[in-house]
Design a protein around this ligand. Structure first.
Ligand SMILES: *Cc1c(COP(=O)(O)O)cnc(C)c1O
Length: 402
């Protein structure tokens, strides 16, 4: 079925399915490393690109193709390339689009390893980078240089939940002769379509919302044009960060319910966020669906929903964070996000505990910062779990740090 002119939910369920000889309703797992040619000529034709068909799973596999075709249609791109992980996707994009002497401008609160790879490693190959708060477009304009080739934006970003105006960022990048790449992981294709807003490339850690079941690590890159898609795909084939067929099957399975999961989790988050904002132990809440969020109106304009990621600051700081972490029962104490289960993390006592406090604060990781990925469980259970954990912190007024 040609799903290109169908609705988003129809695409989720049907796009990209490879019909096999037996009429399988879903694309089977083609668990094979290689594909035999009928004869020498067919092998020659396939390598020369004169004939379609598969050669070797690092180069292409039907199960992975099915996922790629689906996500490319969801985000209205020319094509998509699936990778072993989100970082596999990001490293492939950097290497495909940047050369020695080029300069990159990126969101300062971008996913840590995306910045680490750029600053620690791409720098070794002569790529320069500048990190600014891209939610203020003047910062982006000022950071552009004559050799800027890439503007790399994460929106909403983590954990600040800062939103960047993607259409404006695309204009600024293009006026400077640069490409706009968007890490769309936090929004998912259901809530934001960066290519429609002017971006050239959109990428995801499919580990999060796209797979949605906390059982696969993976990545995907969607390119707007054939030329960009070919460039990224060629780099992936050489780098070898490809997604394997079993992984692709799992992700395709999870993806079918993306809209249902994202909408259900958002329904919960829309109740949890104001509840937290009114809680005496909570200093502030960052949720793009709250009118108190500095880019709430922008998020309303460029996204079709607010999602389920919430950051909040505990008045009691580091110790309060530890107490809440040690007392939640339903919420899982884990990094990652975007799954059906509610996950909670306190960077200051967990992921960023080894960092000097001043560096941590400079990166926006305050002592009481908690990140919540709201799941699809019953709202009453999520609230009851948070309530009893927050109660352990004690009355806010008695806390000297409040
Ligand atoms: C998790 C994440 C990544 C990295 O993805 P992996 O699948 O863990 O390699 C990149 N960007 C964002 C925004 C993420 O949340």
């Amino acid at each position: 079925m040609d799903t290109r002119n169908k609705g988003f939910n129809t695409k989720l369920v049907h796009a990209g399915i490879k019909d096999d000889a037996l009429g399988s309703v879903v694309t089977p797992i083609y668990q094979t490393s290689t594909f035999a040619f009928r004869d020498a000529q067919q092998g020659a034709n396939r390598f020369a690109g004169k004939e379609g068909g598969y050669i070797y799973t690092r180069i292409g596999n039907p199960t992975t193709d099915a996922l790629e075709e689906n996500v490319a249609q969801l985000e209205n791109g020319f094509g998509a390339t699936a990778m072993a992980s989100g970082m596999g996707a990001i490293s492939t994009v950097y290497l495909a689009l940047l050369s020695s002497g080029d300069h990159v401008v990126s969101t300062d609160s971008v996913y840590g390893p995306s910045r680490g790879l750029m600053e620690k490693h791409m720098s070794r190959f002569g790529v320069e980078s500048t990190y600014v708060d891209t939610s203020d477009l003047d910062n982006l304009r000022r950071a552009i240089r004559a050799n800027t080739k890439l503007v790399y934006v994460e929106s909403p970003s983590n954990p600040a939940m800062a939103v960047t105006d993607l259409a404006a960022a695309a204009e600024i990048a293009h006026a400077a002769g640069a490409l706009l790449v968007v890490d769309n992981t936090f929004a998912s294709p259901h809530l934001q379509k960066p290519l429609d807003l002017g971006a050239d490339v959109s990428l995801h850690s499919v580990t999060k919302f796209i797979n949605g079941h906390a059982d696969v690590v993976g990545g995907i890159v969607v390119a707007k044009t054939e030329a960009l898609h070919k460039k990224i795909r060629a780099m992936l084939i050489i780098l070898g960060a490809n997604m394997d067929p079993h992984q692709s099957y799992m992700v395709s399975r999870g993806l079918k319910t993306l809209a249902l999961r994202v909408e259900r989790a958002e329904e919960n988050a829309r109740q949890v966020a104001p509840w937290l904002e009114a809680h005496p132990q909570v200093a502030w809440v960052r949720y793009i669906g709250l009118p108190s969020h500095p880019q709430h109106e922008l998020a309303k304009r460029q996204m079709t929903g607010f999602g389920s990621m919430i950051s909040f600051e505990l008045k009691g700081g580091l110790e309060a964070g530890r107490i809440v972490m040690d007392n939640v029962h339903l919420a899982g104490l884990a990094v990652s996000l975007g799954g059906v289960e509610t996950l909670i993390s306190h960077p200051a006592s967990m992921t960023h505990a080894g960092m000097a406090r001043a560096d941590r604060l400079a990166a926006g990781i305050t002592d009481g910062l908690v990140r919540l990925s709201v799941g699809i469980e019953d709202l009453a259970d999520i609230l009851a779990d948070l309530e009893q954990a927050l109660e352990r912190v004690g009355p806010a007024a008695a806390n000297p740090r409040s």
